[in-house]
Design a protein around this ligand. Structure first.
Ligand code: ADP
Ligand code: ADP
Ligand code: MG
Length: 516
C-alpha cells in the first residue's frame, strides 16, 4: 500500500497529569500545536500551563470532564483539532469513543474502534492468542454464565484459580480463590467491582499461576502491516495486582525466549491489524513456562523504560503512525542497550497497605543528573485528592548494567523530596536495598514475601534515632534543599500566573479557559 501521510497541525490531549505533560512534550518537539482539556481540580496544573490552549470542561465531577465523549469531540471540532491523544485510563481503550471520533472526522491516536473492541475484551483477546498459537494460562475462553458453570470450570482447571473481569484493567476485578468454599463469593465480588469500574460485570476463570513474573512485550505497528516489538519489561513488583516497579530488560528471559514471545506478540498484533502501540502481557512461572494474559492497546505508564533501552520515542511514534507514516524501523534495527528501571512514586502510604494519601504538596524536589529521567506533573501547592489515579511521578534511570542502574536509582531516590502527602518513596528505597531484588529474584508476591513493610518501618525507626547523626545531618540537608526548591517553584508559579494571555511561548502562555 502507498503511504499517504496527513500531518497533524493541532492535537488535543484528553488526559491529565504526567501523561498529558509527556504528550505535550512530544507534540512540541514534532512542531505540532497542542491543546488540553481540564476540570476544576486541574485549573493550576502543569499541562494547562504548558499547552497552547486549554479548555475548561464543566462537569458533574472532576473525572467526568475527561470522560464526556460528546463534549470532547465538540471541543476538538470547534477548535479545529486534527486529532485527540488519549494517554492511558479514561477514554484510551474506549471503542465507542474511537468510533465517535472517526465518525466526526477527528483522528483518534490509537488503534481503531474494532481493534479496541476485540482486545479490550480479555476473553476475546485470549481467543486471538490461541489462534496465533501463543501459550495461554489454562482456563476457559468464555465468561462465567452461572454458578454451576463457575463451579464446574474451577474444578476442571483445579484450585487455586483466579476470577478476572473481562473488561478489567488497573488490577481491578481480580480475585484469587484458593478453594471452592470461596468461589461464588469471589465471583460475585469481582462482578460487582467490574460493573462499577468498567460497566461490564462479565468475569472469567483461569488457573492461578504461583509466584509468576509479569513480563510484557512492547509492540508498534503502522497501517501498512509493519509490526515490530521493542523488547520486554519486567513488572513483577506489584501491589493489588498493579505495578510499582518496572524494568527493562527482564532478568528472567533468555534471548531465545525473547524472540519466541516477541514473535507471538507480533503475530497477535498482525492478526487484529493493530496500528499504534500496544503491550502484550505474559506471566512467566518458575519453570520458565510463559502464558499470555492480556493486551493493552494503548501507551502504558511504564513505556519510558523501553524508550531508555531502545532510544526511540514511543509517543512520537504513536502520533507518526496515526498520521499515516510508515515505520522506518525494522526488527533488526531494534537494539536493546543497558538497563532501565522505573519507580512509580504514588500518593500512597506504604505502611498502611498502600492506602491513598491526600493533601497539598508542600515541598517538591525532583532528582536529576546523569541517566535520570523524571516524568510528572506535580508542583508545590498542588492539591492531591483521592478521585484521580495516585501516580505523582515516574522516576526512571538508565545505566549500562542492572547493578549500576540500581545504584543510580538509590542515588536518585535519595535526592527526591515530596512532602505534604505520604508517598511510595520509602518503599522504593527499601526495595532498592533489598538483596533479593538486587539478585533479580522477584515475582508478583515480592512485597509480602520479603516483608517489605516491616523493613520500611525499621528504616523509619532508624531515621528517628538520635544517635544516627549522619542520617540526621542528611535529612536536615534535604530539608534545606527542599525549602530552596519550594521558594523557586513558588516564584515560578507566580510569574506564570501573571503572564499575558495568548502568548506563543509555552512557559508563559496562560491557559485560555474556554467556558463550555
Ligand atoms: P499500565 O497498564 O499502563 O501498567 P495501570 O494498570 O496502572 O498501568 O493503568 C494506568 C491507568 O489506566 C490507571 O489509572 C488505571 O486505572 C487505568 N486503566 C487501566 N486499564 C483500564 C481499563 N480497562 N479501563 C479503565 N481504566 C483503565
Ligand atoms: P489488568 O488488566 O488489571 O492489568 P492482568 O490480567 O494484566 O489485569 O493481571 C494483572 C496482574 O494480576 C498480573 O500482573 C498478575 O500479577 C496478576 N494475575 C493475573 N492473572 C493471573 C493468574 N492467572 N495467575 C496469577 N496471577 C495473575
Ligand atoms: Mg495488565
Amino acid at each position: 500500500m502507498r503511504s499517504t501521510v496527513k500531518p497533524f497541525k493541532k492535537i488535543l490531549i484528553i488526559n491529565r497529569g504526567e501523561i498529558a505533560v509527556r504528550a505535550i512534550r512530544a507534540c512540541r518537539e514534532l512542531g505540532i500545536s497542542v491543546g488540553v482539556i481540564y476540570s476544576r481540580a486541574d485549573v493550576h496544573s502543569l499541562p494547562v500551563k504548558l499547552a497552547d490552549e486549554a479548555f475548561f470542561m464543566e462537569g458533574e465531577s472532576d473525572i467526568s470532564a475527561y470522560l464526556d465523549q460528546q463534549k470532547i469531540v465538540d471541543v476538538a471540532r470547534t477548535h479545529r483539532y486534527d486529532a485527540v491523544y488519549p494517554g492511558y485510563g479514561f477514554l484510551a481503550e474506549n471503542s465507542s469513543f474511537a468510533a465517535l471520533c472517526a465518525e466526526r472526522g477527528i483522528a483518534f491516536i490509537g488503534p481503531s474502534a474494532a481493534v479496541l473492541h476485540s482486545l479490550g475484551d480479555k476473553v476475546e483477546a485470549k481467543r486471538i492468542a490461541r489462534k496465533v498459537g501463543a501459550p495461554l494460562v489454562p482456563g476457559e475462553d468464555r465468561e462465567v454464565p452461572d454458578d454451576k458453570d463457575a463451579r464446574d470450570s474451577a474444578r476442571k482447571i483445579g484450585y487455586p484459580i483466579v476470577v478476572k473481569a473481562s473488561g478489567g484493567g488497573g488490577g481491578r476485578g481480580i480475585r484469587v480463590v484458593m478453594k471452592e468454599a470461596f468461589l461464588l463469593k469471589s465471583v460475585k465480588e469481582a462482578q460487582r467491582e467490574a460493573k462499577l469500574a468498567f460497566h461490564n460485570p462479565g468475569v472469567y476463570i483461569e488457573k492461578f499461576i504461583e509466584n509468576p513474573r509479569h513480563v510484557e512485550f512492547q509492540i508498534l505497528g503502522d497501517r501498512y502491516g509493519n509490526v515490530i516489538h521493542l523488547g520486554e519489561r519486567d513488572c513483577s513488583v506489584q501491589r493489588r495486582h498493579q505495578k510499582l516497579i518496572e524494568e527493562a530488560p527482564s532478568t528472567v528471559l533468555t534471548e531465545e525466549m525473547r524472540q519466541k514471545i516477541g514473535a507471538y506478540a507480533i503475530a497477535m498484533a498482525r492478526e487484529v491489524g493493530l496500528v499504534g502501540v500496544a503491550t502484550v502481557e505474559f506471566l512467566v512461572d518458575r519453570q520458565q513456562n510463559y502464558f499470555f494474559i492480556e493486551v493493552n492497546p494503548r501507551i502504558q505508564v511504564e513505556h519510558g523504560v523501553t524508550e531508555l533501552i531502545c532510544g526511540i520515542d514511543l509517543v512520537k511514534w504513536q502520533i507518526r503512525v496515526a498520521q499515516g507514516e510508515k515505520l522506518s524501523l525494522r526488527q533488526k534495527d531494534i537494539v536493546l542497550r543497558g538497563h532501565a528501571i522505573e519507580c512509580r512514586i504514588n500518593s500512597e502510604d506504604p505502611l498502611s497497605e498502600f492506602a491513598v494519601s491526600t493533601g497539598v504538596i508542600e515541598q517538591y524536589l525532583p532528582p536529576g543528573g546523569t541517566g535520570v529521567r523524571v516524568c510528572g506533573g506535580i508542583f508545590v501547592g498542588q492539591e492531591v485528592s483521592s478521585q484521580f489515579d495516585t501516580l505523582l511521578l515516574k522516576l526512571m534511570v538508565w545505566d549500562e548494567t542492572r547493578a549500576k542502574a540500581i545504584e543510580r536509582m538509590r542515588r536518585a531516590l535519595g535526592e527526591c523530596i515530596i512532602e505534604g502527602v505520604k508517598t511510595t518513596l520509602p518503599f522504593h528505597r527499601t526495595v532498592m536495598d533489598n538483596r533479593n531484588f538486587q539478585k533479580g529474584d522477584v515475582d508478583t508476591d515480592f512485597i509480602p514475601k520479603n516483608k517489605i513493610s516491616l523493613q520500611i518501618r525499621k528504616n523509619a525507626e532508624k531515621m528517628r534515632q538520635p544517635s544516627l547523626l549522619n542520617d540526621q545531618v542528611e535529612s536536615i540537608r534535604y530539608r534545606e534543599i527542599a525549602l530552596i526548591a519550594a521558594s523557586v517553584y513558588k516564584n515560578l508559579k507566580r510569574e506564570m500566573g501573571t503572564a499575558g494571555n495568548g502568548g506563543s511561548n509555552a512557559w508563559v502562555t496562560s491557559a485560555r479557559k474556554d467556558q463550555m
